[in-house]
Write a protein that binds this ligand. Structure first.
Ligand code: C5P
Length: 301
């Protein structure tokens, strides 16, 4: 085989419960991921040495050196097998860059799977998930897709049932938000509120049973009532205009609107496909409709 293409989905966090700041700087999470039908494609081609190219909107913001998560994934997988990371990686981006939809993490997951196939390694999935978790908190989930609860930094996954079909609309923003900055702002707001921001000072994060049940039942109305993102206040604090976006989507009939992950993408849950089309129309050019749950990363035939 000389080239392998992997299709890999974006995610929305239907619940992002953020616990206290740990001594290592990360936060304990209860992170309920849902894979959505917006995809990047990662193509791995046999090469001498490691190179990365990218195409798509806003790709100027992506590093093309060894700091790219896809490149780091290739290096980590090659190291694990004691081989050289000889591959050219091409990333065709449709997931918004720095948008809170784990696009960079998706590329890391896609590169792991693509390189594994290109190099004929047949690495077991649990080993791929472990490597992914070392690369970043959000890298394992796109390998699974569907829905899952992530604990620890968010990288330790348990699959969740996701029934039916959920219709989402994503309002893409101009310019990304930095995930570490949003976490720092969350900590700052907590300290300002007087409760403190450390483990022990913040309630332990836990998955909401009502949310898990709504996901399993495929019940959009029930899910809309319990969507929750502890990073939303921080994202709104750093980007106050997002409040107008949330209001616009709700005004167009969304069941609920929530900042996706660390933002600035805003995710709207619609009652059905027609509702989603109407919300997207009202939001204008930078809105994208996407169904969920989506399947995890897969090698294309
Ligand atoms: O793991 P990942 O590289 O995606 O994390 C990016 C940044 O997000 C971390 O450096 C940290 O600032 C923040 N983060 C966190 N707690 C988590 C996950 C991420 O504070 N559980």
């Amino acid at each position: 085989m000389t080239a392998v293409t992997v299709r890999v989905p974006a995610k929305v966090n239907v619940q992002l419960a953020v616990g206290g700041r740990r001594p290592d700087g990360f936060h304990d999470l209860a992170n309920v991921f849902l894979a959505v039908g917006l995809y990047d494609h990662v193509t791995a081609t046999s090469a001498d040495g490691l190179t990365v190219t990218a195409e798509g909107r806003d790709v100027e913001g992506i590093p093309l050196d060894a700091s790219n998560l896809a490149a780091r994934a290739a290096i980590a997988l090659a190291e694990r097998h004691g081989i050289a990371p000889d591959v050219h990686l091409h990333i065709a981006k449709d997931i918004p860059v720095a948008g809170g939809m784990a696009g960079g993490s998706a590329d890391g997951a896609g590169a792991l799977l693509a390189c594994d196939a290109l190099w004929g390694l047949h690495t077991p999935m649990d080993e791929l998930l472990r490597i992914a978790g070392e690369l970043g908190s959000d890298v394992p989930f796109p390998l699974l897709g569907g829905a899952a609860l992530g604990v620890g930094r968010g990288e330790r996954l348990t699959a969740l049932e996701a029934g039916g079909a959920f219709h989402w609309v994503f309002a893409l923003a101009d310019g990304g938000l930095s995930t570490p900055e949003v976490y720092r702002e969350c900590d700052r707001l907590r300290r300002e509120g007087g409760a403190g921001d450390l483990v022990g000072e913040v309630p332990e994060p836990a998955a909401d049973p009502a949310l898990v049940a709504a996901l399993a039942a495929g019940d959009a109305h029930a899910l809309a009532r319990v969507l929750a993102n502890d990073l939303q206040e921080a994202a709104l604090s750093l980007r106050p205009a997002l409040a107008d976006t949330v209001a616009a989507g709700l005004g167009a009939g969304a069941l609920a609107g929530i900042v996706s992950g660390s933002g600035p993408t805003v995710a709207f849950l619609a009652a059905d496909a027609e509702g989603a089309a109407k919300i997207a129309g009202a939001l204008g050019g930078r809105a994208r409709v996407a169904p969920a749950p989506a399947a995890g990363a897969a090698v294309l035939p």
